[in-house]
Ligand binder design. Structure first.
Ligand code: ATP
Length: 311
């Protein structure tokens, strides 16, 4: 049932503590997201899981194996798409897939993967001539070519346009549906929220929170706002007396109620009890950005390459 277990992981580079104390478990078949500010230790954590870094202390179990001691076995079961994968410029798509599949004992059918990742038309194209999205899809295909039980995807959609990002998300869901457990490191809150079953927020080399996206959002300290109009008279105390409500304002004939918890149902219930009908009722939803702020004290930042692309 448990695909991955990380216990008290600690890793320094010289005097610099990159990962202080990170623990989490990932169940088989889960998409597990890792989010956190730049330099929080996310990549060091996943590189340690992949056996590319040797932890200073703590333990990691990948399907019951130790990534350092059982490096060869872990390589067979865990595929990695790391940041800025680079391949020889002249290698062609089909050549890269065939070559990488030869490194594994029980590889996936690379032609089928090429089809799944929509690269068949580009089979004879050199790596240097691929678009950003195609390069990204090739690096995902190469992470999957060993037929892994677990795939680590780091900055999956950085540099992709909005349509390519959405296409990649559906692809990841299809891969999960084939039974692959996915560890997803991302700077994009929409991506983490849309794809992850659970998310770890890592900050300063420690786990600040682990929960479902909805759970993290519910724990966010951001205030919600419910807005509506009424035709009947309404006594403000009907709302201000509610424990979830922190503020009530009337602006241009519209009521604005600010608060926490189950604000919408509290307000709707109070209005119903007062026999007042709310019209044009809206709620401003909190999202994962708010949760990120709550747990890290900072706003999430898209990677520089993405900021450049979107303007
Ligand atoms: P980002 O979101 O910016 O990719 P991250 O959360 O993945 O960051 P890491 O790449 O794990 O963070 O880095 C954690 C810390 O360790 C950072 O302060 C980084 O500068 C430092 N670091 C990472 N790799 C090395 C290295 N090879 N040598 C020295 N310091 C490093």
């Amino acid at each position: 049932m448990t695909a991955l277990e990380v216990r008290n992981l600690h890793k320094r580079y010289g005097q610099h503590v990159a990962v202080d104390d990170v623990s989490f478990t990932v169940d088989e078949g889960e998409i597990f997201g890792i989010i956190g500010p730049n330099g929080a230790g996310k990549t060091t954590t996943v590189e340690s899981i992949a056996g590319l870094r040797r932890p200073d202390s703590g333990s990691i179990s990948v399907l019951g194996l130790d990534p350092v001691k059982d490096r060869a076995e872990v390589r067979e079961r865990l595929g990695v798409q790391l940041q800025e994968s680079s391949f020889p410029d002249a290698i062609k798509v089909a050549e890269a897939l065939e070559l990488y599949s030869s490194f594994y004992r029980d590889p996936a059918d690379w032609r089928e993967l090429m089809e799944l990742l929509d690269l068949t038309q580009k089979r004879s194209t050199q790596y240097k001539a691929l678009s950003g999205g195609q390069k990204q899809r090739l690096s995902i295909a190469l992470a999957l070519v060993g037929n892994p039980r677990i795939a680590i995807l780091d900055e999956l959609t950085t540099g992709l346009d909005p349509q390519a990002r959405r296409d990649t998300w559906s692809l990841i869901e299809r891969i999960r549906d084939r039974g692959v457990t996915i560890l997803l490191v991302t700077h994009f809150m929409d991506e983490a929220e849309r794809l992850s079953d659970r998310i770890a927020v890592i900050d300063g080399g420690r786990v600040a929170a682990v929960d479902t996206p909805a759970g993290l959002i519910a724990r966010s300290s951001a205030l919600q706002q419910v807005r509506f109009r009424v035709r009947q008279p309404l006594d403000e105390s009907v709302l201000t007396d509610l424990p979830d409500v922190t503020g009530v304002e009337i602006r241009d004939g519209r009521w604005l109620v600010t608060g926490t918890g189950e604000l919408l149902s509290s307000v709707a219930g109070a209005l119903a009890r007062a026999e007042v009908v709310a019209e044009d009722l809206r709620v401003d939803q909190r999202n994962l950005d708010d949760a990120f702020m709550t747990f890290t004290g900072r706003a999430p930042q898209a990677p520089a390459s993405f900021q450049r692309e979107v303007g």
